[in-house]
Write a protein that binds this ligand. Structure first.
Ligand SMILES: Nc1ncnc2c1ncn2[C@@H]1O[C@H](COP(=O)(O)OP(=O)(O)OP(=O)(O)O)[C@@H](O)[C@H]1O
Length: 290
């Protein structure tokens, strides 16, 4: 299921004295199965664009294509129900939306609300609780007796229980410790790889964008100013500087090595393995030239 934004503009409080445009003519295509990161400074329009991916917001102008469906201004909420099922959003602090008496009921709530049988919903909950790294016996506990990290995982299982084709992540690891952050990000990456789940990550973290994404879009003052592979994006230092975006740690480290070696490596490296291989190659070349 491809997602395509065509000339999307969005105004909050449109037609009132408080009208405020937050998106301007955004064009963005996310092909099925892509891991797309969206980065940008505070106020650049990331949360606003995110809510267009499942019809929570409808464009003021332009069109949003979600698979076969087209969302335009004035589309009725009822028509958007199938889209909401296919596109799951993990909001920041999703644990704030837990409300059932037990973890099991909470995970089953979404799918049952969309007509999935109790038996299938329970089977999904039992599978997903393991996938998010929690023991099965936690299903009988109250979500409110869990730690913050455990609650986050339960909430994520609840979104996955809808069996979405696309998952949208809004800074999904905010407030977790570094280990928990990595575990959750790796879990989403594995889901993307193993199940071909289209994944859209909205983040401030250049590290996560560099490490996980196939494509990175840069938002700036409501416009999508660049979209490309991590190698393309992080090679374009002029654009990054123009929008005051930092390079990921690994690229900054590469720049230091290049200064010491007094020559650039042949490409931007986004993993330690890539960097080690490039440095070894450059050293070999240097030796051969002598
Ligand atoms: N409910 C609203 N009413 C009016 N203006 C809004 C509303 N929500 C956001 N905005 C404005 O729209 C613009 C884009 O906001 P948005 O929240 O999409 O940015 P963001 O990139 O997600 O920021 P952050 O990284 O801080 O979450 C900002 O200027 C913001 O003030």
């Amino acid at each position: 299921m491809d997602i395509k934004l065509q000339q999307v503009s969005y105004a909050y409080s449109k037609g009132t004295p408080f009208e405020k445009y937050a998106l301007f003519n955004v064009d963005l295509t996310i092909p099925h199965g892509t891991y797309q990161a969206i980065i940008g400074h505070t106020g650049s329009g990331k949360s606003t664009i995110l809510q267009h991916f499942n019809g929570l917001l409808k464009p003021s102008e332009g069109q949003v294509h979600i698979g076969e469906r087209v969302i335009v201004a004035g589309k009725k909420a009822k028509e958007l129900k199938p889209v909401r099922q296919k596109v799951g959003i993990v909001f920041q602090f999703p644990e704030h939306q837990l409300f059932e008496e037990t973890v099991l009921k909470d995970i089953m709530f979404g799918p049952m609300n969309f007509g999935v049988s109790e038996q299938v919903a329970e089977a999904r909950a039992r599978e997903l609780i393991k996938l998010v790294g929690l023991p099965e016996d936690i299903l009988n506990k109250s979500p409110f007796d869990l730690s913050g990290g455990q609650m986050r995982r339960v909430a994520i299982a609840g979104v996955l229980a809808m069996d979405p084709e696309v998952i949208v992540l809004d800074e999904p690891t905010a407030g977790l410790d570094p280990r928990g952050q990595k575990e959750i990000m790796d879990m989403f990456y594995n889901l993307h790889k193993e199940r071909g789940l289209t994944t859209i990550l909205v983040t401030h973290s250049m590290e996560d964008a560099a490490r996980y994404a196939d494509q990175i879009a840069i938002m700036h003052e409501g416009r999508c100013v660049l979209n490309g592979t991590p190698h393309e994006i992080f090679s374009d230092s002029d654009t990054l500087e123009k929008y005051r975006l930092e390079l990921p740690h690994i690229v900054r480290f590469q720049r230091k090595i290049e200064q010491l070696m007094k020559k650039p490596l042949s490409k931007i490296c986004l993993t330690e393995e890539e960097l080690a291989a490039e440095v070894a190659h450059a050293l070999r070349e240097g030796r051969d030239a002598k």
